[in-house]
Design a protein. Structure first.
Length: 408
């Protein structure tokens, strides 16, 4: 290569003739003539030595022409192959695409405001949840298709009310409503039945409040939401290492700070940061609806039992005992559990993330002790006195039987 380059320099730049170049470099004049006449650098090409499978290639082609999907092992049986199966597999791998129809993969592109991919991420880290309890609650994540804007929030459970609360929170972080949300077969969202996607009633009502569509992916199709899957990998590699958490609220606070940083980082495939695209994404999305937060979350109506506790998501919460026997309305979000009776608040507790816990308000216990004492005092005052029972003379029975003596 060096001689070739020097020959051309001497000939083109210095104007030396072939004989002078050959004499100067000590090489053949034919070599100089070839270098001057060539249009490309010299390249050594070894003559193919051939392969043991070359002789069998026509028969392999005949089999693949009729049966393009025939395995290499079956082809080996048909042609009586007695040599290395690896050599045969390599040749079949080269020839098979010639006889198969092309299956081009489309490159996915997203328009501003078109969609956002959502999923649940279960962080491999323990978060303190309550008295002596720790766990890994799910984190609902969202990635906008066009801007790649990332949002996330840890939620209490995979139950539909909590998933919907988390979905509303990440949409609020996004600042607008995408035209469609992409989900896989999450039980709280929906599933495929009879060859078609079916959303749960709760999620149907929620998407109606938002006015957006929901794209429910087929089972075992993670490639269709690759944006959010890659975001989960990024969270595990960049967010979790070196961090510790004191509570779910602390986890969400740290996650929010980290997300605000990464959304401003330059992305090579975008040639910009998500923060540079989010304005165009939001402009093409729908505005946030004037949604009353009280419509979301857990809602139920129960009659308060004598033990003055209501159960919600596996935990028991005390209620003021003055409404025992009456119907109360229970509402819970990711932070509070509130109980009302005829519009009056009779219980207000922080939401417990641990399972199988009993939360008691000291005021409720004191009120129960007072009411219990009043009930006992009232029961003692209003209880009827012991009635006297008349003792009848046994002679009455003798007269009824017709006289004295034994009755036959």
């Amino acid at each position: 290569m060096e001689d070739w380059a020097e020959i051309r320099r001497l000939h083109r730049a210095e104007g030396l003739p072939v004989k002078a170049i050959a004499r100067l470099l000590g090489i053949s004049r034919n070599t100089v003539r070839s270098a001057v006449a060539s249009d490309a650098p010299p390249k050594y090409e070894r003559k193919p030595a051939g392969s043991i499978v070359d002789a069998a290639e026509p028969r392999i082609r005949l089999l693949l022409r009729d049966y393009p999907h025939m395995p290499a092992t079956v082809i080996g049986e048909r042609i009586g192959w007695e040599h290395s199966i690896t050599v045969l597999r390599d040749r079949v791998r080269e020839l098979r695409p010639v006889y198969l129809p092309a299956d081009p993969a489309s490159r996915t592109s997203y328009e501003p405001g078109e969609l956002a991919q959502c999923d649940l991420w279960f962080p491999p880290a323990k978060v303190p949840l309550g008295p002596g309890r720790a766990g890994s609650p799910p984190v609902l994540t969202l990635v906008a298709g066009y801007s790649r804007w990332l949002a996330g929030v840890m939620i209490c459970s995979r139950e539909a009310p909590d998933v919907i609360l988390g979905q509303w929170e990440v949409i609020r972080q996004l600042g607008a409503v995408p035209k469609a949300l992409v989900w896989d077969n999450e039980g709280a969202v929906g599933c495929w039945r009879g060859g078609k996607p079916v959303l749960t009633d709760a999620f149907q009502a929620f998407r109606g409040l938002l006015g957006c569509g929901v794209i429910l992916l087929r089972p075992r199709d993670p490639e269709s939401k690759g944006l959010v899957e890659r975001a989960h990998d990024y969270l595990e590699r960049s967010f979790l290492p070196g961090r510790s958490f004191t509570s779910p609220a602390d986890f969400n606070a740290q996650l929010g700070g980290w997300v605000s940083v990464v959304n401003g980082r330059f992305r090579r495939h975008l040639e910009c940061a998500p923060a540079d695209r989010i304005a165009a994404d939001r402009a093409a999305m729908m505005p946030l609806p004037p949604l009353d937060a009280g419509l979301l979350g857990w809602h139920r109506q129960v009659r308060l039992p004598r033990d003055y506790y209501i159960r919600l998501a596996g935990n028991d919460y005390s209620v003021h005992p003055s409404v025992i026997g009456r119907k109360v309305d229970v509402h819970a979000d990711l932070e509070r559990v509130r109980v009302t009776c005829e519009g009056k608040v009779v219980a207000d507790h922080p939401r417990c993330w641990a399972a199988h816990q009993s939360l008691t308000d000291p005021a409720h216990r004191a009120a129960a002790d007072v009411l219990r004492g009043e009930h006992r005092r009232l029961a003692a005052v209003t209880s009827p006195a012991q009635a006297e029972v008349e003792t009848r003379d046994l002679g009455v029975y003798d007269s009824l039987c017709g006289g004295e003596g034994e009755v036959a």
